[in-house]
Ligand binder design. Structure first.
Ligand code: DPN
Ligand code: ZN
Length: 313
């Protein structure tokens, strides 16, 4: 049933008539959907409400974190994902990772997408990292909605306690057997994809496990198709991809900038304000719903879908 839907979608996407019906082999290569930014923004509104109802943050060990996990899980469960909450303990509190598997695909060939779901205690963490969390959630929901039937198996992870030192993602990677770890062929990380004075950064594959270059290039190609120029950035150990890279899993990701200052040259090519931080509310109480560039959020969500469709097909 899903293959039929995918074929129909491929026909519509290419404008092919029935006389030029796509061969089944082409079905997996169909174009990724254009992600509706309004849906991603609606998820951000939920994270803001969860924060508001739980003392103003969604931090590790605080009630707003578990409420965030439960809300994302409910959306995925309703869409037919197989979800699991993995708990761990850190700093005297229980932390949680949410893992969601999209049914189907080759389980020996796993593509993972992830982002951290926790905020710092100072604020609601809407750009950091409601944006990455909401975007991969919407991409996951669109996999189901479009009947995407990838050859590879697709798994998503929302990590706990990233802000405390990549605790959740490291716990997840360490919990896998060597065999299960070797089945993960790619990990794509999305942390801060809607900075209000955005840059368009793609994680550099330089210094990352072999296989990362293809991921970097796929993400770059996504931005190129949107006519957006990018720069490579070395995010080092600053987000959850590092836990996967340490296990020699190819990694990639996108980032719109944190405390760094936008240069004049960057303002020229991307717009925004030179001499100002990409995100002036980084790790502050003002990282609220109004601290998000809808344009950056939209472009990154489309690039995430593009990269997933190309990597998993
Ligand atoms: N997650 C933030 C941090 O660990 O500081 C911000 C960040 C995300 C920094 C991605 C670099 C890359
Ligand atoms: Zn972050």
């Amino acid at each position: 049933m899903r293959i039929l839907i995918a074929l129909a979608a491929a026909l519509m996407a290419t404008g092919a008539t029935t006389a030029q019906a796509a061969a089944p082999a082409e079905a997996g290569a169909l174009a990724a959907p254009d992600i509706n930014v309004a849906n991603v923004q609606a998820h951000l509104t939920q994270f803001q409400s969860i924060s508001d109802a739980n003392g103003g943050n969604r931090a590790h060990g605080r009630p707003g974190y578990l409420a965030s996990v439960n809300w994302v899980k409910s959306k995925l469960d309703a869409a037919g994902f197989v979800t699991r909450v993995q708990s761990f303990s850190y700093g005297g509190a229980t932390g949680y990772n949410l893992i969601a598997d999209y049914p189907g695909g080759d389980e020996n060939n796993v593509v993972m997408l992830g982002g951290h779901l926790d905020s710092v205690t100072a604020g609601p963490g809407i750009n950091d990292n409601g944006t990455g969390s909401a975007s991969i959630l919407e991409v996951a929901l669109q996999m189901r909605a479009t009947g995407f039937a990838p050859t590879k198996h697709v798994r998503f992870g929302w990590w706990g306690a990233e802000e405390r030192g990549l605790i959740g993602s490291t716990h997840y990677v360490n919990s896998l057997t060597t065999t299960d770890r070797s089945k993960i062929k790619a990990y794509l990380n999305f942390d801060m994809t809607g900075s209000p004075n955005p840059g368009y950064f793609v994680y550099s594959a330089s210094g990352q496990p072999s296989g990362s270059l293809a991921l970097q290039q796929r993400l770059q190609a996504g931005f190129t198709s949107l006519n957006v120029q990018t720069e490579l950035t070395s995010v080092g150990g600053r987000s959850d991809h590092a836990a996967f890279a340490r296990a020699a899993i190819p990694v990639g990701g996108t980032f719109t900038g944190a405390e760094g200052i936008k240069t004049a040259a960057q303002a020229q090519k991307w717009g925004g304000t030179a001499g100002q931080a990409y995100d002036r509310c980084y790790h502050r109480s003002c990282d609220t719903l109004s601290n998000v560039s809808a344009t950056a959020l939209d472009r990154n969500a489309d690039v995430i879908a593009h990269a997933l469709w190309a990597t998993a097909a």
